[in-house]
Each structure stands twice: as C-alpha cells, then as structure tokens.
Design a protein around this ligand. Sequence first.
Ligand code: ADE
Length: 248
Amino acid sequence: MTATIAILSALVDEQRGLLDALAQPRRVERSGRTFWTGQLSGVPVVLATSGIGKVAAAITSAVLMEVFGATQVVFTGVAGGVGPGVAVGDVVVGNAFLQHDMDCSPLFPRYEIPLYGQSLIDADPALTLALLQTCRYTPLVHPGHAVPVVIHQGLIASGDRFVCRAGEVAELMAAMANAGYHPLALEMECAAVAQVCQDYGVPFSAVRTISDRADAQAHGDFQQFVTQVASQYSFQIIMNLMRLLSKM
Ligand code: ADE
C-alpha cells in the first residue's frame, strides 16, 4: 500500500482551504464522518474531521488506519494556551501528549493510562521535526498584530472539557505540575489520537494555533478566530509540510 498521510482536525473550519487544494478529491463516508482522499503537492493524503473530544478523535483515528491505511497522522487545529509566554496567535507543536482528565488513582498513578504503564505519549521525532521546521519558515501573520508569530514546542494536554472558567485552568495546571507535567496548551483530542497511533505503530505529530488562554474570555470570538486566523495558519503549514515531505 502507498504511504498516505492523514490530516486530522476536530472541526471542518480548521481545514478550510485544504479541501479546495486537494487534487483528485474523492469523498468517502465512514462511521458517520466524511473523509476526503486525494493529493496535496503530489503527496497522497486523507483529510478527516473527527468532531470534538477524545472518543470522537479516537474513532476517527482508528478508521484512518483501518480503512484508509494512513501511514502518518498530523493533527492541525486550535488550543488554549496555558504555558508561560504562550499567547493567542502563537503556534504550539506537540512533542508529547497527556490526558489531563485521566485519573484511575489509587489503582494507577494519576494521569497514567491504565495498563499502558505510561502517562505521556511522545510525538514521532522525525515528523515533529519536519512540522517544526515547516512552522518556522512559513510566514504566518496574525492579523492586526505587529509582533511575529511565536512557534513553541512542548507538551499538549487533552481532556473532555472546554476549559474556560475562572480558577479551572489554575487548578488543572497545579495538579499536573504536582505530577511533573507542564503543558503549553490544552485541547480535547490529541492525546487520544496519539494513543491510537501508538497502538497502530503509526507516526503522529500535531500543530495547534492558540485561540485563547483557557480563561473566562476563551469562548469569546472562538469561531471567528478559527475561520479567520487558525484555518489560514493550518492551510499554509500543511501545504508547506506536504511540499517538504514530497521532496524526502
Ligand atoms: N481548544 C481551544 N481552546 C480550548 C480550551 N480553552 N479548552 C479546551 N480545548 C480548547
């Protein structure tokens, strides 16, 4: 089977532009989801949207491997910035993933995935390096902001909640810090995708544009940010990544 790179996002709006750029597009419906196969810069890809949350993301990931034979998975979307200096409009490339709502204590240590003996799932180093290099040379512009877009690399934590209440983020961060984890961003899918990819032995990496600071203003102009900023970043980053991978 030829190598197929899966490009996965939670929301259709996060992939705006990529579908228009897809050569030889073919629409396939599976498990209540729409997948698009084709090529970007000559690279065979499957574009997929999971919906929101870890279960939806895990189902979609398994379908990507079982039905579409995905040989690499790249997630692109938005996240709440929680690390020091991680601002709205910045980009975070994940090098490891944690489920911040995983707690099977006292049977297993808090955050450990039961029976896996691990809390963190690492991103694939080669794919992450390619993604990081791509982000660094892609001229991203945050409309209305004079400062350059900052690219961060680090831990991304996922859980089934949109974090936007006063004190909530501080509580989550304190608990994770207590266990030695210091995420840069919070979102709702990547740790699940990482776990499925690890189970299938498929390389995974992720890039998230920071849409909010996971505080009381988080939901403010979320939709507008996704359509006007994050989808533009995703489009430029993924197209440049495909150009890079097509030369490898
Ligand atoms: N995705 C984007 N912002 C988020 C937040 N504040 N919490 C969880 N997921 C997010």
